[in-house]
Ligand binder design. Structure first.
Ligand SMILES: *[C@@H]1O[C@H](CO)[C@@H](O)[C@H](O)[C@H]1NC(C)=O
Ligand SMILES: *[C@@H]1O[C@H](CO)[C@@H](O)[C@H](O)[C@H]1NC(C)=O
Ligand SMILES: *[C@@H]1O[C@H](CO)[C@@H](O)[C@H](O)[C@H]1NC(C)=O
Length: 401
């Protein structure tokens, strides 16, 4: 179902700050069960009614990476670490990886469930953001909101600040890794299905990721092939030849020193891209974005830990038992996953199917390159067209709401 009108008047949009503002009179307050310290608000674009709060998630993995690595206390140590990391033949990853270990915890995950104003859908999209952002990536500003478009198509969305970002827990930096984050994401899928959020059992759960969030979402399809009804992988490919250039371009800095107002007291193992220039290099393609959006992205940038950067390739791999729909959607000029051109040496979004979903019927696979967009696709002018591609893909796959 596609609503033909904006649900709320423009005046309510002006309230947008941390959230999209308070509910207008006449809109029923949703059930907030399952959320600790809940607040009810509109999405930034104004089309969705949302509940935000903390959700405790228990998770365990015996596939954690054991690192033989001491987190540098200084910027010089940090910079040297990533110089070694990107040097071919340095053997850096082999030197610092020392087998596996188990990781577990009950993590407080700051989460947001959004729905259309007067209905609770039977389907929900679990939105997992990437490095450099937090959950606001999915509802960044009016006109840039994935949440709004999904809700317009009749879906609910569930976004969360990944571990170590936003208001979610910030464990020791080497203990934040893809294997435990995969279990957290998969447990959120189970909780959505079993009625833990808002006392509502969702029948259909679609996983949508961006970048690192796509690595996790793809990892779920490989490890738990029955978990998701569809997977949407954005800012993603299997060509990692530009990751070193991307990491170098970020000019990683100690978060607590770089933005002390936001990250004061955070462990030096929490890092951010250094400046608005680094942010543009990693995530943007001119002239496909509004400079004000780049400034906002820099002001709200999210941290990443050494553990996350060192475990990037630990969970993604061929999903031979997964048979549900998959779409890969990239900004056509994505830097880390396409070296700035997703059409060369082939369509790198399309190339994901033979590499990771060799058993999947071609009819269940979609791919799309958004024009004049970089890795931070959702922050570009062409984002909304990509959102419509994704929602139409789900509808074509029999997953419309
Ligand atoms: C969970 O983690 C703690 C350390 O945080 C550890 O002592 C305990 O053995 C772990 N439990 C399991 C089941 O691995
Ligand atoms: C990955 O991309 C690079 C840069 O565009 C290209 O040179 C290389 O051939 C690609 N590798 C594969 C396996 O497609
Ligand atoms: C990207 O690669 C394709 C195929 O090689 C080429 O036709 C196109 O001009 C390239 N785009 C840019 C912006 O360089």
């Amino acid at each position: 179902m596609r609503a033909s009108t904006v649900l709320f008047a423009a005046s309510s949009l002006a309230v947008a700050s941390a959230t999209g503002g308070l509910l207008p009179a006449g809109v029923k307050t949703p059930n907030t069960n399952g959320f600790k310290d809940p607040i009810v608000h509109l999405s930034k674009g104004g089309r969705a009614v949302c509940v935000s709060g903390y959700i405790p998630v228990e998770a365990f993995t015996d596939k954690g990476l054991k690192f033989n690595f001491e987190v540098p206390e200084t910027q010089i140590g940090l910079t040297e670490t990533f110089l070694e990391y990107v040097t071919p033949g340095s053997g850096f990853m082999d030197k610092i990886t020392d087998g596996m270990m188990s990781i577990n915890g009950t993590y407080q995950m700051y989460s947001t469930l959004c729905t259309p104003a007067h209905s609770m859908p039977k389907g929900v999209q679990l939105l997992t953001h990437g490095v450099g952002f937090d959950s606001s990536y999915w509802d960044f500003a009016p006109g840039y909101s994935y949440v709004d478009v999904a809700v317009e198509y009749g879906y609910a969305t569930f976004s969360y600040d990944r571990l170590a970002t936003g208001k979610s827990d910030k464990p020791a930096p080497l203990m934040v890794q893809t294997p435990i984050e995969l279990e957290i994401a998969n447990n959120l899928v189970k909780m959505l299905r079993s009625g833990k959020m808002c006392d509502h059992r969702f029948d259909k759960v679609v996983g949508a990721g961006h970048s690192y969030g796509s690595l996790l979402t793809q990892g779920i399809t490989a490890k738990y092939p029955m978990s998701l009804d569809a997977a949407i992988l954005t800012g993603f490919s299997v060509n990692t030849s530009a990751i070193q250039t991307f990491i170098t371009g970020l000019n990683l800095a100690i978060a607590a020193q770089n933005q002390p107002d936001r990250f004061h007291g955070l462990d030096p193992g929490y890092l951010v891209s250094n400046s608005v220039i680094s942010n543009q290099i990693g995530f943007f393609k001119a002239p496909g974005f509004d400079p004000k959006i780049l400034t906002a992205a820099e002001a709200t940038k999210g941290p990443v830990t050494y553990g996350q950067l060192f475990s990037q390739s630990a969970v993604s791999g061929p999903a031979i038992n997964y048979v549900s729909p998959v779409a890969v959607v990239d900004g056509e000029s994505d830097l880390p996953f396409c070296y700035g051109n997703c059409s060369t040496p082939m369509d790198l979004a399309n190339a994901v199917r033979p590499a990771l979903y060799p058993m999947l019927a071609g009819s269940k696979f979609g791919h799309y390159l958004a024009p004049v967009a970089g890795h931070g696709l959702n922050l570009h002018y062409s984002a909304v067209t990509a959102y419509h591609y994704i929602q139409d893909f789900l509808k074509d796959q029999g997953l419309g709401m």
